[in-house]
Each structure stands twice: as C-alpha cells, then as structure tokens.
Write a new protein. Structure first.
Length: 546
C-alpha cells in the first residue's frame, strides 16, 4: 500500500505544473531537446564509427572488401528507407511512441551487432540499427520543431545539429580507441547503456502527440523502394566481386538489374500519381529543388562513398592503429562546425552560389590530393587534404540548402528537408557500392600490370631479387635457398601493397571527378529574389547572379 502511495505521489509530482517534466514548464522543451540529442548523436555516430573498425572486422571474419562494405551500406540503406516512412508512422501512431520504438530498435540492433559471430549476422543487425536510426533523426527533428516557439526554433535546431557534427568529429576517434584498446564489438556495445538511458528519459520526459490529419500510407511506393534499392546496390557491389567468376554477365547480376529497373519504374509512376506519395517526386519540378537534389546525390556518392577508403589505406598500407587513423578525422568535423554558421551569414549577404562553387572546388581538390597517396606519404600530406575537406564541407551545405529550398512553399518545407536527407543517404549508399567495385577492379588491373614485369628473365626483377636475397643472407642470417624464397615473398608483398594503394588512388580521383560534376548544375540554380522578397514582405532586390 505504501509503495502504491509513493508511486502515486511520484506521478502527481511529474504531472504538476511546477515539475520540469510538465509540458508547460519553461524548461520542459530543453529537456526534450537533450533527450532527442542523445538519439541523434548515436544515429550519426554509427554511420562513422564503424569505418575505422572495418580492417579488424575483415580480419576477424576472414572476408573481402566486397562483403564487408555491406556493414556500411546496409545501415545507410535501411536508414534511407525509413527516413520518409517515419513521419507517417509518427503522425499515425504518435511521435513519442515512434521515437521510443526507433531508439529501442537501434539499441537492440547495437546489442546484436556486438554479439555477431559472422558477417551475415552483423549485416542483418546493422539493418536493424539503420531502421531505428531512420526513425530517430526525422522524428526527433519534428519533435524539437514542435516544442519550441518560432523565435527559439533556430537556436534549438542549432543545438540539435551540434550532436550530429560532434558525431562526425569524434566517431572515428572513439571507434579507434575502442578497437585498439578492447575489441571491435565494443564500438556497437557502447550504444547499449546510452540507448537504455535515452529510453528511460523518453518515458519520463516526452509527452505524446498524434497528428489528427494523418494521411494514408503509400504501400506501393514503400514496397517498390525496398525492392529497388537492395537489388541495384547488390548488383553493383557484386559485379567484380572475388566470389563472382562470371563478372557482369552473371545471370543473377543481370536478373537483379532487371528487377531493380522494373521496381524503379513502378516507384516513379506511383509517386507521380498517388495522392499521398512516400516521396513527393512532383516537388522535383521546381528547378532549384530538383537540381539541388541532383547535386546532393552526387555529393553523397563522392563524399560518403570515399569516406571508408582513408581508414583502410592508413591501417592496411601505412600501419596506423585504429586510434591513429580515427584521429585524423577530428579536424574535419571541427572545421565544418565552425565554418557552417559563418557560411550561412555570408550567403545571406552575397550570392550563395559563390560559397557553393568554392566549396565544391576545394572538396574536389582534397580528393585530388588523396589521389597521390603512397606508402611513403607523410602525415602532414594526409592532413592537408582533410583540412581542406573540413573547410569545404563547412561552407558548402548551408548555402546549397538555401538555394535548393528557396522555391519550396512553407507548408512543404518539412517534406522537402526529408527528401534531401533521403537523397543524401542514397547517394552515400550508391557511393560505397560503386567505389568498392572500382577499388576491386583497379587492384586487379594494377596487380596484373605489375605481374607482367615479375618474370624470371626480366633483368630488373633479377637485380631486385639478387639484392634482396643478399640482404636476407647477410642481415637475417638465412641460407641461400631460404633467402631466395624470402626475396620472392617480399617482392610479391610489395606488388600487392602497391596495387592496393594505386587502386585507392584511382578511387579518390573518381571521387574528384564526381565532385566536379556537382558544380555543373550550380550555374543553372537561381536565387529567385523576387519570390523570396514577396514571401517576406520586403522590397525586391536585383539578383546579382543574373
């Protein structure tokens, strides 16, 4: 009886107007913001933290790059599918419930990732993680937007974005520390206690809200999307896989391309004709919004698709530890977080196309610099490209979003932002699949190219083999037969390492080309100063870009 009385008193205290947890208390919205930031931090963290652990995971399971890439792709793909779906779920079943279930799914997926005993189990657990993360970000942003008044909304969203920026900076660093000092499963296990705390806070703090005008669910669009995306990505990633001896002519690969083409056609036709589409493709008729999303897709391919390359190079070719390879990414997030608000201020005063073009050129330059990595590259050379990359990303995103959304009506702004997030995730998923395929094919190309010079009758090979044999005899104390075998092994190891590095260099050069392609649509974007001025009730100013 006493326990019931205490519980009753606790409920009354929480519901009282003097309690921080009461919706009308002035501090309530800040508690909600802190609660949402927990989920956002973890969702973005797991998109970056796993990169530095890939070499250890590959070694643990004994798998190749074309298999382990799905540890990244599965997460991004599941998140991309859930991003447009989660808002409908929140409208239909309640924002608190969907946020809670998203956090619960993410935490459960993290626990299962840490328990994985093979690559298939790990990839499936990453899908579960991605489904949860796809609910956390858009629903969390909608909760923050609803709880804060207009005059405080920009400040609140600024704090909310800090969680994402911090994850980008500290994700690889935290992952590197855990992999070096413990083991790779801990990069997933660390989410479990944080997620459990977030679930408790969600129960205690958040109030429920349901949209009384929830729209119908686009089942055809949802099903066609989840058929198209895995089919096309699996076909792209397995075309040059070591397990696929038939290459692109493999009947399974051809069938997957056919299935993806049919499902994509069904998706586009349905989204253009259904009353309440999952992704409103009709918004792409706005030139700025359509071109802006094309740029974001290409950017996602180049940027996120190449992100996993540098940790692989640093650990497998340069001998860096996971912590050392993760620490090189710290300046990227710091520079991006510092430059983003400054870029927003400058783009309001000058033509926003200027910082966008500058950001694209600098980003392409950073990839071009990475295209000349070798086994003798110094840390300072590597860091220069990352400093440039962080600065470029900081000045790029805000004005690009401004240009893309300038013609979107106010009531469709939330849906437009959601579409842009989906497009960016899809670009990243396609980038990982495409770049891993290119890397595999270029490694084979360079290996074959080098192997043509490794012939017993080649004078250059004979001189190198003789020198290394003498080195093994005099410095390692080997006999003649053993020294000859050791020299051949060392030459083969060097050729394999060099082919791998040059394959990564080729990937970065492709990323540079893709990034430069982003600059072409920029010249077709318009500020639409007249329309913007009318909406804000200000005098029309001439567009300096016209």
């Amino acid at each position: 009886m006493r326990k019931l009385t205490l519980a009753h008193r606790l409920r009354r205290k929480i519901r009282s107007r003097d309690s921080f947890y009461h919706p009308q208390h002035q501090r309530y919205k800040w508690l909600v913001l802190a609660n949402v930031m927990i989920g956002t931090f973890m969702a973005v963290l797991d998109a970056t933290i796993v990169n530095v652990g890939l070499p250890k995971i590959m070694a643990s399971f004994g798998v190749s790059l074309d298999t382990i890439e799905w540890v990244i792709t599965a997460y991004m793909l599941a998140m991309a599918v859930m991003l447009p779906t989660s808002n409908w779920l929140a409208d239909r079943f309640g924002y608190k419930l969907v946020y809670f279930m998203g956090l619960l799914t993410f935490t459960l997926g993290s626990f299962l990732c840490g328990m994985a005993t093979n690559e298939t189990f790990l990839i499936l657990a990453r899908v579960l993680q991605g489904l949860g993360a796809g609910c956390l970000m858009p629903v969390g942003m909608a909760i923050v937007t609803r709880e804060f008044p207009t005059r405080q909304r920009g400040l609140a969203l600024g704090f909310w974005s800090i969680a994402a920026a911090a994850s980008v900076s500290f994700g690889p660093l935290i992952g590197g520390y855990l992999v070096d000092n413990f083991n790779w499963p801990l990069i997933f296990d660390v989410n479990v206690p944080v997620g459990a705390f977030g679930l408790l806070v969600t129960i205690l703090v958040q109030r429920e809200y349901k949209n009384p005008n929830a729209r119908s669910f686009d089942m055809v669009g949802f099903v066609s999307a989840i058929i198209f995306l895995p089919s096309i990505l699996y076909a792209l990633s397995q075309g040059n896989a070591s397990t696929n001896s038939e290459g692109w002519s493999n009947p399974v690969i051809l069938l997957l391309f056919a299935v993806s083409a049919i499902s994509l056609t069904v998706f586009i036709v349905n989204e253009l004709n259904v009353e309440h589409p999952m992704i409103d493709l009709r918004m792409m008729k706005d030139p700025n919004f359509g071109l802006g999303n094309l740029i974001i897709f290409l950017f996602g391919m180049g940027m996120f698709g190449s992100t996993f390359l540098l940790p692989m190079y640093l650990q497998q070719s340069m001998g860096y530890t996971a912590l050392q390879s993760g620490s090189v990414f710290l300046p990227v997030g710091i520079l991006q977080g510092t430059m983003a608000p400054l870029s927003g201020i400058f783009s309001d005063k000058i033509n926003p196309r200027v910082p966008v073009i500058l950001g694209i050129l600098l980003l392409a330059l950073s990839f071009w610099i990475n295209g000349f990595l070798s086994y003798l590259s110094e840390r300072s050379f590597i860091m220069i490209s990352l400093y440039i990359r962080g600065f470029a990303m900081g000045i790029l995103f805000t004005p690009l979003s401004t240009l893309a959304l300038v013609g979107v009506k106010r009531e469709k702004m939330g849906q437009a932002s959601g579409i842009m997030n989906v497009i960016r995730q899809l670009g990243g998923s396609f980038g990982v699949a495409v770049f891993s395929t290119i890397l595999t094919s270029r490694i084979i190309f360079h290996s074959v190219n080098y192997s043509q010079n490794i012939e017993l009758n080649n004078p250059l090979y004979q001189n190198i083999s003789k020198t290394m044999t003498q080195h093994a005899i005099h410095d390692a104390g080997s006999n003649a037969a053993t020294a000859a075998m050791q020299s051949r092994i060392m030459v083969a190891s060097y050729v394999s390492q060099q082919a791998y590095i040059e394959g990564i260099d080729d990937d970065f050069k492709v990323a540079c080309l893709i990034t430069l392609l982003c600059g072409v649509p920029i010249f077709f974007l318009r500020r639409k100063a007249k329309d913007t001025a009318k909406e804000m009730g200000k005098p029309v100013q001439p567009d300096p870009g016209k």
